[in-house]
Design a protein around this ligand. Structure first.
Ligand code: AMP
Ligand code: MN
Ligand code: MN
Length: 333
């Protein structure tokens, strides 16, 4: 039996062996994090299990139409007790759950379901497939393995993750297996036009106002192979934008013809800068993020750096210079 098949079996046993679950996704959740959290909720309820779904913060408004989203709690709500059985969705390391960790009982059993190559196997059980495009793709495998019924609600949540983590079935992680999963989910009642419209096409006024400011900060470096952009707290306030509105901005840099890496520096409270990186085909941005206590995928990663935007820019520029040098040297081999 393959490693993945045995981890599917272990995950199914984990679910069968417990009755009350805390299910959590990562801070600043994206479509895959939210879709997998909700799909796990539908899966557990189908088995008559109790499930509390939680994210550290508020679930972004644009995901609130997904079935069950209004039941997601946030970490500021007091819970009566701690949980002995925890499932994490789309989290590459334990710190990605943020303050929700306070709700984990000491010595709890933890099922870690994820697809990030930087995942450090922090669970007591781990259901990880790093060649999956989305955590929702792995959950779909689990649903098939457990021979569960796929309700239209569950299908919609799973499809949301497949759609968003592949950028609308466009990124290189779009495999035959992923498309087979998407195709099956369509047959279970997903409305693809509505999901694409709401998850990919619709932009907020805040996003557009921020985009106008951010494009003016574009800087080219490394012989025009890197484009970086910056967002300050002040820009956010002036644009009336929230965290959700910054999603996708980094792609404008990476999408410029001839550019290999797009970087977005986002000033946070408490003297920190959130860095998002996207690469086209050569540079492993997951390795750079990992070396700075972040993580992600080879072509999309993130990390948080203490200090201001200029300090973050210096650190990332040095890492990128080294990465380009290493790539050039290996191309001479
Ligand atoms: P983002 O730039 O926030 O859209 O994130 C791109 C990818 O990197 C996603 O797969 C995230 O889950 C991952 N990621 C972002 N920030 C971090 C972080 N601080 N630590 C670990 N992974 C991260
Ligand atoms: Mn994610
Ligand atoms: Mn994901």
């Amino acid at each position: 039996m393959s490693q993945f098949a045995s981890s599917l079996r272990e995950a199914a046993r984990f679910i069968q062996d417990h009755d009350r679950f805390l299910v959590v996704n990562h801070v600043n959740p994206d479509g895959d994090a939210t879709g997998s959290l909700l799909a796990m909720g539908w899966l557990l309820r189908q088995l008559s299990k109790q499930a509390v779904l939680v994210n550290e913060g508020m679930t972004p408004e644009k995901f609130m139409f997904l079935p069950g989203a209004s039941e997601i709690l946030n970490a500021s709500e007091a819970l009566p007790q701690k949980y002995d059985a925890v499932i994490t969705c789309d989290c590459g390391d334990k710190s990605r759950v943020g303050r929700v960790e306070h709700w984990f009982a000491e010595g709890c059993e933890l099922l870690n379901i994820d697809h990030h190559p930087t995942n450090d196997h922090f669970g007591t059980s781990n259901l990880i497939r790093t060649d999956a495009a989305a955590t929702c793709e792995i959950l779909y495998d689990l649903v098939c393995f457990m021979q569960l019924t796929v309700s239209p609600e569950m299908a919609t949540c799973l499809y949301a993750g497949l759609l968003t983590d592949t950028g609308g079935f466009r990124y290189s992680n779009t495999t035959p297996h992923l498309m087979q999963a998407a195709s099956a989910l369509l047959s279970y009642g997903v409305q693809p036009g509505i999901l694409a419209e709401r998850l990919l096409e619709t932009i907020t006024a805040g996003h557009l106002k921020l985009l106008r400011k951010v494009l003016q900060t574009m800087e080219f470096s490394e012989n025009n192979r890197v484009v970086s952009m910056a967002v300050t707290r002040c820009d956010m306030e002036e644009a009336g934008a929230n965290d959700e509105d910054t999603e996708g901005l980094v792609n404008y840099g990476r999408n410029v013809e001839g550019v290999e890496v797009g970087v977005l520096y986002k000033e946070k409270n408490a003297g920190e800068v959130k860095v998002s990186m996207r690469s086209r085909s050569i540079i492993d941005v997951a390795a750079i993020a990992k070396s700075l206590d972040g993580g992600g995928h080879v072509r999309a990663s993130g990390c948080t750096i203490k200090g201001g935007i200029e300090e973050a820019r210096q650190i990332i520029s040095d890492k990128l210079r080294e990465a380009f040098q290493a790539a050039e040297e290996s191309s001479y081999d």
